[in-house]
Design a protein around this ligand. Sequence first.
Ligand code: HEM
Length: 559
Amino acid sequence: MANNTSSLNLSNTTLWMHSATNLTIVDLKTSYLLCILASIVLPLLVKFWVNSLRKQQSLSSLFPLPPGPSSWPILGSIPDLLRNKPRFKWILGLMNEMNTEIACIRLGHVHIIPVTSPEIAREFLKKQDAVFASRPITMATEYSSRGFLTAVVTPWGEQWKKMRRVVTSEMVSHVRLKWLLQKRNEEADNLVFYLHNKCNKNSLNGGQVFNLRLLTRQFSGNVIRKMIFNKRYFGKGRKDGGPCIEEIEHVNSAFIVLYYIYSFGIQDYLPYLRWFDLDGHEKIVKRAMGLVNKYHDPIIEERIRQWSNGAMKNKLPEDLLDVLISLKDGHGNRWLSTEEIKAQIAEVVLATVDNPANAVEWAMAEMINQQDILRKAAHEIDIVVGKNRWVQEYDIPKLNYVKACAREALRLHPIAPFNVPHVSKSDTVVSGYFIPKGSHVLLSRIGLGRNHRIWNEPMKFYPERHLMSKDGGTNHVDLTEQELRFISFTTGRRGCVGAQLGTAITIMLLARLIQGFDWSAPLGESMIDLSESCNDLYLAKPLFAHAKPRLPSHIYPVG
Ligand code: HEM
């Protein structure tokens, strides 16, 4: 037994020794391999690190920052920003003084890069689009997006990708827009019904004077409310199709938020001062966003309850809110949280109301002063559509001149001084200038659209400029401008996803106004005053104009 045991022990020991030897050999081999690998990889890593460090150093030492004003330590040019209002005019004034189409203004720790040249704009948004595909973190956008849950203002990352996908495929895709066409048609019909009704009731020289700022903003608001909530009115509504106090407050609040988004608030450049709300922006934005949400949130919460308690079990989605609630992830759970739904709906309302309303208000003001342009647009509609039916979205491809008028309004009278900011994700060089990581690139909408180098007589409202092609032929016109000679929907990773809907709302609004009515300055005024507001780019005074029906009365919708 003992022998057996010892032989067993012996064999165990031998086995152990064998495996130990094997292990040692394996260990040795592994270490050897690791050493070889390390000796190859480590130097490579170090070289890569040194190179990228050198590249960073060399970028900033080889290339200058774009020209800009001298600035204070820590504060940068914030004292000048505080002294000069409106802030966008001060920036453009500086660029004019320095005779430059790209500049660098340091505000706190942020480099602001304003651009007025389409060639340089294309370098940012086309050539180096991937580098400039983020957005800044600001006080106002934090409120408008409920902490960066949405597609427009959220910095680059997974949340932005998710919500951009939601908006693109579930809210404004071709299929969705076709599905919701009837709702948009109802609002286009309601517009001419409301105007015609008013003209008949209180006729003044065969027509009536209207506030076109109110009309255009309400039309855009009505369309998006119908598409999202399947309703025009939040409250009881009005039989004549006009807005009630709730809808006016809703759209006005949206415009207030839009005004303060990216408006150079001090807290965005010196975040530790946010608590003091030095320029009062936070209080205003919080209140206005609260008013927008006051109308949306109860409807959204109630609808989510209906979907979860089975009340909608056998129903099909009727509007975009239903669509968002019923989206499912790979496990059959709701894909969007309640916060995401609320945030994205509010953002789509903001994204929809401003550009179409402002472009049409300005286009109408310019065209009323140049009646030959108005007549030409009306003539085009008469030829394409006739006088026995209303213009429809399917007519839009054929309404080249009407589209040229809207395009000209977007070029000459943009709603905002700058495009939505693009933030750089790394150091880079553009147009021979060093652009540090984290810079805010601001394409100037008026700097581009009114650039003398690009446009003949840039301050003239002249739709024909969009019809003539370089070879003397006629262009097919649409509202997009990929070459960034002015800003409409821009291009690239952060470009607008709502171009089709935006075009439909803008052109239907403009075309229905022109088709249904003859427009002139109110009685007693020979011309519309085209002065621009001192603080922004709106018409200084809302456009009031006289409308007179121009189609046979049986064509106008009733009730
Ligand atoms: C005439 C109407 C419109 C105009 C002129 C317009 C213009 C713009 C512009 C200039 C941008 C910023 C692009 C950039 O950062 O380079 C933008 C972004 C965006 N727009 Fe529009 N827009 C219009 C209508 C709409 C509508 C109706 C929607 C509907 C959902 C929409 C959704 C968006 C979204 C989601 C973005 C952000 C894309 C991103 O950051 O990834 N827009 N739009």
